[in-house]
Design a protein around this ligand. Structure first.
Ligand code: AMP
Length: 286
């Protein structure tokens, strides 16, 4: 396995591989890898000859009041994990390498990024779309794998690739969870042990929503009401943990616009602050 930090070297390596007819698979991450990331890496490994994983905490997708400086990092551990997964190249650029002074071109998706996290994190998806566009031009993959964990992000990337004609196949892989249902996330490391116990309420609310849908409930007001109740319900095991709902939403999977009735493929998504940690999770109702 090789670690590359230079954009030029990464592009040349990708070009050479392509000339030899090799298929490039790519998994972009912000590092501090967990089983969720590893599942994407294994998924990508299946359909490529050269597997590239990028580790880059992208500063332009963080708002001023967000956790850029605290974001967990452990590059040597990530490198070891990538080695074990048979990754060929870890692309690990610096901020200066990715954003030279005077950087002034950005990618802005204008429809799917309005609701959900887009409404609460201004500029976030512009930062995400810009860095993914750059990474796709640098790594030049045939296939790139994203997680459904960040469902809105995955839809926006799919749309960017479609609208801007990037020659790449996008795979969206399922959410990997802890045994109690909490979706794996690098940010879970911020949680105290009581917060960690409380955090399972996101998944519980989504399971309840799924069950209501299976039982024929179509009214999303009723579903969202039930979900809010579950998230806010205090328990004796974890008293005094502040829980704040950013959103509980039901949205059309194609447009990401809120829906009042479940008629077609629907994304049910939640964003909740447990203490100071903001967690997101979702399910898709087919
Ligand atoms: P991040 O490092 O958080 O930017 O995530 C990198 C990629 O891993 C994104 O495509 C995420 O959606 C995906 N990912 C993060 N957590 C999970 C998870 N629990 N299950 C599946 N994919 C995940």
């Amino acid at each position: 396995m090789k670690t590359i930090s230079s954009i030029k070297e990464m592009q040349e390596t990708a070009l050479q591989a392509r000339r030899k007819g090799k298929r490039i698979g790519f998994v972009p991450t912000m590092g501090f890898l967990h089983e969720g990331h590893l599942s994407l890496i294994r998924n990508a490994r299946k359909s490529c000859d050269l597997l590239v994983v990028s580790i880059f905490v992208n500063p332009i997708q963080f708002g001023d009041s967000e956790d850029l400086s605290e974001y967990p990092r452990d590059f040597s551990r990530d490198e070891e994990l990538c080695k074990k997964e048979n990754v060929d190249i870890v692309f690990y650029p610096s901020n200066d390498e990715m954003y030279r002074t005077m950087h002034s071109v950005y990618v802005q998706e204008e429809k799917l990024s309005i609701e959900l996290c887009g409404a609460l994190r201004p500029g976030h998806f512009r930062g995400v779309a810009t860095v993914v566009a750059k990474l796709l031009n640098i790594v030049q993959p045939h296939t790139t794998v994203f997680g459904q964990k960040d469902a809105q992000q995955a839809r926006i990337i799919e749309k960017m690739v479609q609208d801007l004609n990037f020659p790449v196949n996008i795979i969206i892989a399922p959410i990997v969870r802890e045994p109690d249902g909490l979706a794996m996330s690098s940010r879970n490391t911020y949680l105290s042990s009581d917060e960690r116990k409380r955090a399972v309420c996101l998944h519980e609310s989504l399971c309840a929503a799924e069950k209501m849908c299976q039982q024929g409930e179509k009214d999303t007001t009723a579903i969202k009401h039930q979900m809010r109740e579950i998230i806010l319900k205090t328990s004796n095991a974890t008293p005094n943990i502040p829980v704040e709902i950013d959103y509980v939403e039901t949205a059309d999977y194609e447009t990401l616009q809120p829906v009042n009735e479940i008629k077609s493929k629907t994304l049910i998504a939640v964003a909740v602050k447990i203490g100071k940690t903001r967690l997101i999770d979702n399910v898709i109702i087919e």
